[in-house]
Design a protein around this ligand. Structure first.
Ligand code: ADP
Length: 370
């Protein structure tokens, strides 16, 4: 039933609802201590950002929960996410501190964490992340899939998941799908809601999806990164020990230029680049198997050679990949013998060899970007 507008929550009404809560550090109210950084309201969905010092983050956690409880009880509120943010986001250009500096390293039960990144959106990074993760699970590995693309979370749609994760105590249980465990901010907010994130909020949301989710021991976690370079990349580099990053690109030159930026970002944060994947590499006619190189096939292979990193493989452009992704049924699971599944499986196998040390992996050459 639609609520009448007088009941619609506003940032001011919600601020008033939580203003009197006490800051455990100073004993003053949240309002007096100036800790309510922002409240955003959109169609009944509320995002609250609470400021905290890193040292007080643990003590602020019950306050964050209370904020969510109080705001959820306000008329017209359908969903609320309160996030703790540190006073200052680190300067993006600063070299990342080692993961252990100051704060506990998150996800210590995960043997290898692999970031899947791209320099720009729309190159098929999420589709690659999902299918690689499913292919790794098909190899018998314990796999987690974390959607760090908080600006445009697409994992719920691609995995066909519409329910919300269960909460036990102060931890969320990742959703099982296609043999893996998945977590996405998209499970918590509605898909159509445009997300406006500022630096500290990005870090807070990511840290919660890593630190407050019951992932359990995993062999490998695939992290679908937001496109481009920035806060999310930095957070990952600082808060977990990444086995490395995989860069997805289409063969087009422009996309490759963007891929180079992605590579450079990880280089700067001392995260090894495990290799490049060329997506939408060639078109294979489903009727006659004729191969057409729509975008000039092979760009990523040459680029990988130039950058001194490994070319991990190529994936054709196929209507079935898109329709399967749109239907929430990853093609690796639904057509495991098809050409697409074989491409993903080969890349998954090589990736696992590299990160588990099972293959002929030696530390790759340093990547030099001009
Ligand atoms: P990104 O995460 O880089 O923004 P997505 O994974 O969301 O990109 O993919 C963008 C669109 O391209 C989606 O509609 C997806 O289904 C489609 N797509 C991705 N890879 C392929 C492919 N190899 N063949 C056909 N369509 C693809």
């Amino acid at each position: 039933m639609t609520k009448l507008s007088p009941a619609a929550p506003t940032p001011d009404s919600l601020r008033a609802a939580i203003a009197a809560l006490k800051d455990p550090a100073s004993g003053r109210s949240l309002a007096e201590a100036g800790l309510i950084e922002s409240i955003q309201v959109q169609g009944g969905l509320v995002q609250v950002s609470l400021l905290t010092d890193r040292a007080n983050a643990a003590r602020m956690e019950p306050v964050r929960e209370e904020v969510e409880r109080l705001i959820a009880a306000e008329p017209g509120v359908k969903n609320v996410a309160a996030i703790l943010t540190a006073h200052k986001a680190p300067a993006p250009a600063a070299p990342a501190a080692p993961a252990s500096a100051g704060k506990p390293v998150l996800l210590q039960d995960v043997r290898a964490i692999v970031a899947v990144a791209s320099g720009k959106g729309g190159v098929g990074k999420s589709t690659v992340s999902v299918n690689l993760a499913v292919a790794l699970a098909q190899m018998g590995l314990k796999v987690g899939l974390l959607d760090a693309d908080i600006y445009g979370p697409s994992l719920p749609r691609m995995l066909g998941l519409t329910r919300k994760p269960e909460v036990r105590g102060d931890r969320m249980i990742p959703l099982p799908a296609w043999g893996l465990k998945a977590m996405s901010i998209g499970f918590l907010v509605e898909e159509e809601t445009p997300m406006i994130w500022r630096g500290p909020m990005v870090m807070g949301a990511l840290e919660q999806m890593m630190g407050q989710v019951e992932w359990g021991p995993l062999d490998i976690m695939i992290v679908d990164m937001p496109p481009g370079t920035g806060d999310a990349q930095l957070t990952m580099a600082q808060r977990v020990t990444l086995a490395g990053a995989v860069i997805v690109s289409t063969p087009q030159d422009v996309a490759l230029l963007d891929a180079r930026r992605g590579v450079r970002m990880f280089e700067r944060t001392k995260v090894p680049v495990l290799g490049l994947i060329e997506n939408m590499s060639f078109f294979c006619c489903p009727n006659c198997n004729h191969q057409t190189n729509i975008f000039g096939h092979g760009g990523a292979k040459n680029e990988a050679a130039r950058l001194g990193t490994e070319f991990l493989g190529e994936i054709p452009i196929l209507l079935d990949i898109r329709t399967a992704a749109d239907a929430g049924t990853p093609i690796v699971a639904t057509d495991p013998d098809g050409i697409a599944a074989k491409s993903y499986a080969a890349i998954a196998k090589r990736l696992w060899e590299k990160v588990s040390g099972a293959g002929d992996q030696k530390p790759g050459p340093r990547i030099v970007i001009d």
